[in-house]
Design a protein around this ligand. Sequence first.
Ligand code: PLP
Length: 402
Amino acid sequence: MNEAFADIPISPEAQRARHSPLEDIFRRMTRFGPHIALAAGNPPSDAIPLERWHECFDSVLTEQGTAALQYQMPNPSLREWLADWMQRLGVACQPEQIFLTNGNQQGLQLASRLLLASGQAALIERPAYTGILDVTQKRGIEVQSVALHPKYGLDLAQWREVCSADPRPAAAFAVLDFHNPTGFRADGNIRAQLAEIAGSTGVPIIEDDAYSALRISGDSLPSLRAYPGGESCIYLGTFSKMLFPALRLGWVVAPVAWLPMLNGLRQTIDLQSSAIMTAVAAEFLRRGWLDEHLERLRHLLRERLAAFQEALQQSFGDHGEWEEPQGGLFLWLRLPEEVDADARFDEALAQGVSYVPGNHFYDDGETGKNELRLSFASAAPKDLRKAVQILARVLLPAKKVG
Ligand SMILES: Cc1ncc(COP(=O)(O)O)c(C=O)c1O
């Protein structure tokens, strides 16, 4: 059957999209069956207040009836709530400036299509979130990457140099809070400099904020749009990690002049966000349940991170390096050069633990095989301890571990 279509040309973008190494990883995980999940970027299921969500669904369906199941204009009360929420991040905006999306991955796609054409260059972090690699490399965008070290941070001198080159990149992407995959958090000084560089060089930054609400320690820090120079930056927020990913609900704050174009681009994809899901989220927020939920979520993450680090110290203390993340879901473990976590992945799964090999976060797909992105969010402390022992057995076979 395939042969019959062999001479029908497929677009270059679709051909580039054919391979998704991360999806392959998740497929292999399903094949191997139950294991301790350190791979996925899910918020902890046991922190999701199921009863409260039942109530919100019930209330929306009772009050709105079938209207909640129809096409609808963007939910006004949710946009109002979000405009207010953005003030916590130092951003003043009107509800009309809040553009609802189906999550940050859609926000990344829209921002990429807004600012970048195939053949142009984008500045990204190295390593970078796989979804950022997807909306650049798969679209035929050339990537120029700037090192982000979980301990030493972002190489700002190089960032400035790349943005000042001729031709300069058309846009940049950054995850400033509890970076995926490294867990790094940019401090106020880095943010101020990034905003200044964006303003002075004309390279706007698409700030992908999936994790700032999942802060375990430290203070809340403003978004780039709050700093001088940051006015051209695009902020992307999502409820995926702070509430639950199946909401598929996020938002964009962008320069007002760009909103009609974002809207037009969005029309070509999926018309609008789901009326019922936005109404249900708005109901949860209206009832004032978010802060209590975030408290619980943070408590759980703090507890799990502590157990995880203690176990890592015991098994990897002499063989690995990592920095303690101040929030988010991930810890970035760096092992000696000779360890190939990509090659050992199936063995780890067979032994009962998953992770994401570091090379999937590099633009060449090769660098970082001795690094691992580990989620400490989904497993209970005792399972985290067990997972670390398995990892040590699989990845450090020369070392005697219990
Ligand atoms: C940095 C980052 N951006 C975006 C996303 C996608 O988020 P959403 O579910 O809102 O599309 C993720 C999910 O893991 C992420 O880690």
